[in-house]
Design a protein around this ligand. Structure first.
Ligand code: ADP
Length: 495
């Protein structure tokens, strides 16, 4: 929070951060973590680090029906209509306060229609996010706080820069606003929502640097219209230019290289703090790492596994999605009957992958537990007690689980891709924090896991790897400054 006494001497930069989900209101995956923590981190950037500026960041998300505002005393601040082919659609905006930051939640029939944040129903999601995106722009017209920057995230809100570019005169309060689009997950482009775009009268992109097929997909529309594009890690940013990860847009990225940057996500180090975590049973720090083993014992007891401390306890925490490479992990583990390991796997998603997890549990009942649910409290206990976390992602724009895990002394074994490369130092190395494998294959994963299991038997070596990870700075500090500098550059406040 900025000291009131010095505030008058500061220049203010107003940033409206726009996302589909945000902690603590609603979280499905990493975007929720980021939207819940980056705006607060931006507000906390010391003005000395950014040319005496103070960032007045605010957040806007859809008022999903599953959001409960009991603890927040929401106030209705605006209502207006959003134009559609079938006539006006009512939007209502509620405001709450999150640690001093105004947060706006936009409701309306298309937002209320779907129970979950993301559904399998493309049309429902299309209507929801196109309505929400248009409503955000209309809301800016109503608000007496004029943003300098609109910061949008992923396909759900990517059409905002596109709408603005195609019809700036409709939004007089945004005449000089600049836009930043962060890519958290490129393959999810919002394909198949053309009807929703038409319904809400959003024209496709006319940008010929986009392939024709991409001009009516929300994410590419936004990429072509945004003033700056940011990928959530430097390594992922470099992968966007490749055929393997560019999803058909690699030539577009080539021609827009100067506006495509990579900034590593941070984690909320208050929420994820092994020294003060009400959700993990026993707090610990690098100075008393022994206490961590009590958490491990409690997990072993809770899941009725083998209490032998020589058997490493592995975990997997994440969505059951092909992206996450979970089937590689299940296949690798099913073949590793002669190694010492036991595993607790937690996640939800594809029914087929959930079934495969349950199958592994039934075929290896002494070693595997499959917990098919979203359980934040259990995830904290696992970070705080498991020995290793498996991250076999086929691609990983940034990944938060490895950063959270390292902060808790849980050592990652991960595919060397995307943000995992930026955040994990492979063993052996003086600074090693985990184990990386080069290919998304069962064999490659097994070799890394075997290396990890071997290191685990050398207690001193293992402790060093744990401590190296725990001492890394995964806070938002540096990345919030990097974003702030992008905003200032866009506003012409910097050389
Ligand atoms: P993604 O955004 O691709 O899902 P990330 O690694 O960036 O992956 O972030 C995942 C976040 O969601 C982490 O905070 C992780 O702890 C959490 N998470 C994922 N699945 C579960 C689950 N089943 N229960 C609790 N937390 C989960």
């Amino acid at each position: 929070m900025v000291d009131e006494k010095i505030k008058p001497h500061l220049n203010t930069l107003r940033v409206l951060f726009i996302a589909a989900e945000a902690e603590p209101f609603v979280k499905v995956g990493g975007l929720g973590d980021v939207a819940g923590s980056l705006p607060l981190a931006l507000r906390a950037v010391p003005s000395e680090s950014i040319d005496n500026f103070h960032i007045d960041a605010r957040l806007v998300i859809p008022f999903h029906p599953l959001i409960s505002l009991e603890k927040f005393q929401p106030e209705k601040v605006s209502s207006f209509s959003v134009q559609s082919r079938n006539g006006p659609v009512l939007a209502e905006v509620f405001q709450v306060n999150l640690q001093g930051m105004p947060v706006y939640l936009i409701s309306g029939e298309p937002v209320q229609a779907a129970k979950s944040v993301y559904s399998q129903n493309t049309l429902q999601d299309g209507d929801k996010y196109v309505f929400f995106s248009k409503a955000v722009l209309e809301f800016c017209n109503q608000l007496d706080w004029k943003p300098d920057i609109l910061h949008v995230n992923d396909w759900h809100t990517a059409i905002i820069p596109a709408i603005l570019k195609s019809n700036r005169s409709r939004y007089p309060s945004l005449a000089t606003v600049k836009t930043v689009l962060t890519i958290h997950n490129l393959p999810f482009m919002g394909a198949g929502i053309e009807d929703s775009l038409e319904k809400f009268q959003v024209p496709p992109s006319k940008d010929t640097s986009l392939p024709a097929w991409a001009r009516h997909f929300p994410l590419p529309m936004g990429l072509a219209a945004a003033d700056e594009v940011v990928a959530v890690s430097p390594h992922y940013a470099s992968e966007l230019f490749t055929e393997e990860f560019g999803c058909g847009l690699q030539s577009f990225f080539d021609s827009h290289a100067s506006i495509t940057k990579g900034i590593l996500n941070g984690i909320d180090i208050q929420t994820w703090n092994p020294e003060k975590d009400p959700l993990s049973q026993n707090s610990f720090s690098p100075e008393n790492l022994e206490t961590r083993s009590v958490n491990r014992e409690l997990l072993i007891k809770e899941f009725k596994l083998d209490a032998n401390p020589e058997i490493p306890l592995l975990t997997y925490i994440g969505r059951m999605d092909i992206q996450k490479g979970i089937s590689l992990l299940l296949d690798a583990l099913s073949q590793m009957k002669y190694q010492n390991w036991q595993a607790i796997i937690i996640g939800t998603g594809s029914e087929e992958l959930e079934r495969k997890c349950r199958q592994l549990e039934s075929s290896l009942p002494d070693r595997v537990r499959a917990v098919i649910r979203y359980d934040s409290a259990l995830s904290h206990r696992l970070y705080a007690g498991a020995d290793m976390i498996m991250i076999p992602s086929r691609y990983e724009p940034c990944g938060l689980v490895q950063m959270i895990a390292m902060r808790y002394g849980c050592v990652p074994v991960a595919h060397a891709v995307g943000g995992l490369v930026d955040t994990i130092t492979d063993h052996p190395n003086k600074e090693s924090t985990g184990f990386l494998f080069p290919d998304p294959s069962v064999e490659s994963l097994q070799m890394a896991l075997i290396r990890a299991i071997k290191s685990f038997t050398n207690k001193n070596q293992w402790k060093k790897i744990q401590l190296n990870g725990m001492k890394r700075d995964f806070s938002w500090n540096a990345s919030a400054i990097a974003y702030a500098n992008i905003y200032l550059n866009l506003r012409g406040e910097k050389e």
